[in-house]
Write a protein that binds this ligand. Structure first.
Ligand SMILES: C[S@@+](CC[C@H](N)C(=O)[O-])C[C@H]1O[C@@H](n2cnc3c(N)ncnc32)[C@H](O)[C@@H]1O
Length: 488
């Protein structure tokens, strides 16, 4: 299933190079306002119209000027006179940011400098009615309620397990939304990456999977591809009603939608009346944010008017042009990032090396050599203790502190000769791990540098194996530094 040959006929194909979503200091809506159907159609989750104030021309706030009352949407935007007439119209708003293409596909970038702030600051507000939402538990709910009971897609979604199949369900809802006349997602689809632009391993060919140089991950992905294919065959094959076939005429179309659901879904807790539900959501614009393990933004669900806020962390200094990021997954190794999002990181602080020998080094000494503070779950580099310009400690060293075999026994100090022996043994294990790979990190880098028009999946696969090797190499380097700097 070569991703480059996918015969997708999604509008994203033609418009992707135009993914110019330009934010500004002012509230904006790059797409025409979408009118959410009222009563009769809004069955899944009922939303209340927000009480907007009288229309004023007060300018919306910028990154520099926080809203007077935190979280009050009505303070931020002039009331829309049509709002009262229509009842359910709200649009997305963005402040001091722009959407543009970067090294990791589309991303969100600051269009102004921001001084560190004492309070978190809103940069985007996205109303519920623009999202596609499926609850994770029964009774299953979805929003917007665009699927009539008895429609084949309703039955397909209903036949899945809400707790394990959230991605299949969301993919169905996405495909259905694309098919619905005047649905917001028909337009937003123009901003989604096409199959060729998407690094998801669900779209990887057998050869691309082999480039991971990780048979376990390759076989997990094969299994996931089979699951997707089986679902497509069960629901879209010749036996099913004709009208639904157009949603995913070929398996590639469905698998692309599934990869969108997996790589762009945001999990949120929603309260509907007295019922608290975990929900999986496709949230337009917020899904343009790329990942970082040291993010400058986070999501906040504003319950009272059912808006997702993207906020800058308090205390963060942002420079114009900086990328705005969120943390997709804390506590997960690169394998999981690859499975779900199709990318990995050489500085994932949660990556793990399975050491099998008995060699152990002294934990407290290792932490103090690298100025790592905090408890294991929250280790951080205490840069105030480091020399200026010391850039060696990154996420990989934090991961090393967690994953190296260590010992610590009250105030018992390390014995130098034993520490050196342990360092050698641990490094030897690392060397053996690296020797198993058919290529080394330099060769991988060279291959990447020489690939000008390789598929995104192939590039992601080679980067993944490179990141693994860079991590193991960095751990070996850290062990060298440890034995040089260790105090006795
Ligand atoms: C939620 S989307 C973010 C927007 C996306 N970049 C786009 O072009 O629309 C998630 C996808 O962005 C890419 N991505 C996000 N963070 C990344 C990172 N730190 N490194 C590499 N790719 C990243 C991956 O392709 C991932 O599947």
């Amino acid at each position: 299933m070569a991703s480059s040959s996918l015969p997708l006929h999604h509008p994203s194909h033609c418009l992707i190079s135009n993914r110019q979503l330009k934010g500004s200091n002012y509230g904006w809506s790059p797409l025409p306002r979408y009118t959410v159907p009222t009563k009769d159609a809004v069955k899944g989750i009922r939303i209340q119209p927000i009480k907007a104030k009288a229309a004023t021309e007060a300018p919306p706030f910028s990154l520099f000027q926080p809203p007077e009352a935190e979280g009050s949407a009505s303070e931020l935007e002039p009331a829309d006179p049509d709002f009262y007439k229509i009842g359910y119209v709200r649009s997305m708003r963005a402040y001091g940011i722009e959407f543009k293409e970067g090294p990791d596909g589309f991303g969100v970038y600051a269009s102004k400098d921001v001084e560190p702030l004492r309070r978190a600051r809103v940069i985007m507000e996205i109303p519920l009615e623009l999202m596609l939402t499926v609850s994770q538990k029964l009774p299953w709910m979805f929003f917007p309620d665009i699927v009539p009971v008895g429609h084949p897609i309703f039955d397909i979604i209903n036949s899945t397990d809400p707790e394990t199949d959230w991605d299949l369900r969301l993919a169905c809802l996405l495909l259905y939304a694309f098919d619905r006349e005047d649905n917001f997602w028909q337009l937003y689809g123009d901003f989604l990456p096409s199959a060729d632009e998407c690094p998801s391993l669900l779209l990887a060919s057998e050869e691309e999977l082999s480039e991971l140089q990780n048979p376990n991950l390759a076989s997990t992905m094969r299994e996931q591809q089979r699951r997707a294919l089986k679902f497509w065959e069960k629901n879209w094959h010749s036996g099913v009603p004709l009208k639904i076939k157009r949603l995913a005429r070929d398996p590639e179309r469905f698998i692309w939608a599934l990869s969108m659901a997996q790589s762009r879904c945001i999990g949120m807790q929603m309260r509907i009346g007295a019922l608290v539900q975990d929900a999986n959501m496709l949230i337009p614009y917020a899904d343009m944010l790329n990942h970082s393990f040291e993010p400058n933004c986070f999501f906040h669900w504003r319950f009272k008017d059912r808006m997702l806020e993207v906020m800058i962390n308090a205390g963060k200094r942002i420079k114009k042009g900086d990328e705005m990021t969120v943390n997709y997954m804390s506590g997960q190794q690169n394998d999981l990032l690859m499975q779900r999002y199709g990318f990995s990181s050489p500085v994932n602080p949660w990556d793990v090396i399975q050491f099998s020998g008995n060699a152990r080094i002294h934990l407290d000494s290792f932490l103090s050599v690298f100025n790592i503070s905090g408890l294991p779950e929250e280790y951080y580099h205490n840069s105030r203790l480091s020399n200026d310009g010391d850039t060696f400690v990154d996420g990989a060293i934090i991961a090393a502190a967690r994953t190296l075999s260590t010992w610590s026994d009250g105030d018992v100090p390390p014995i130098p000769s034993m520490e050196r022996r342990s360092v050698k043994e641990l490094q030897e294990e690392c060397r053996q791990m690296l020797a198993v790979y058919p290529t080394n990190s330099k060769q991988d880098q060279k291959i990447l540098d020489s690939m000008s028009d390789a598929s995104r999946t192939l590039e992601a696969a080679i980067k993944y194996r490179l990141h693994r090797k860079l991590f193991v190499e960095k751990v070996m380097q850290a062990l060298d530094i440890y034995q040089e700097r260790m105090l006795f």
